[in-house]
Write a protein that binds this ligand. Structure first.
Ligand SMILES: [Zn+2]
Length: 162
């Protein structure tokens, strides 16, 4: 089954580009990210209760994700997502006020393994940073980063220490 999801949002994309993410720089010494356990558990529950893809943005400092936000999926589907431009913009604005950096994008694959689809691959270019995918069906999660034409896995640890 080929999953066909997308996050084609010009506004969010522009905003993300403005944060000046350079994935080549990003991956140096940052092949591991940690996710705040509470934030992660909450989103995992939400993802597992929704038959459609859920999505959002990840913020934090360095390689630690301290806030995982929800952004409304404008085109609800089990195999597709598209950010609400307003909500994505708001989430970025709020995070900037808190001096948090945008670390990446997350979304769920209700039916599939947490591997990037072809559409994810395409959109990873427009939305740089780390892409974390939750797969509630398989109770798996995985993160990825695209550098050039290659997708690299990013080790994803849950931080229970906060
Ligand atoms: Zn996907």
């Amino acid at each position: 089954m080929i999953e066909d999801n997308v996050c084609s949002n010009d506004y969010a994309s522009m905003f993300i580009r403005k944060t000046n993410m350079n994935n080549k720089e990003y991956i140096k010494g940052k092949e591991t990210i940690t996710l705040d356990s509470k934030e992660f558990a909450e989103k995992l529950v939400i993802a597992s209760e929704d038959e459609n893809e859920v999505c959002g943005l990840m913020f934090g400092k360095d390689n630690h994700v301290s806030e995982i936000t929800m952004v409304r999926n404008e085109k609800p589907s089990p195999s597709y997502f598209e950010f609400s431009s307003m909500e994505a913009g708001e989430a970025i604005f709020v995070a900037m006020q808190k001096k948090l950096k945008l670390i990446g994008v997350w979304h769920s694959h209700p039916q599939n393994e947490p591997n990037p689809s072809m559409t994810d691959y395409d959109y990873m270019e427009a939305h740089p940073g780390i892409w974390t995918i939750y797969s509630p069906r398989f109770t798996k999660w995985a993160s990825w980063i695209r550098v050039g034409n290659t997708i690299h896995p990013v080790k994803t640890m849950i931080d229970y220490n906060e």
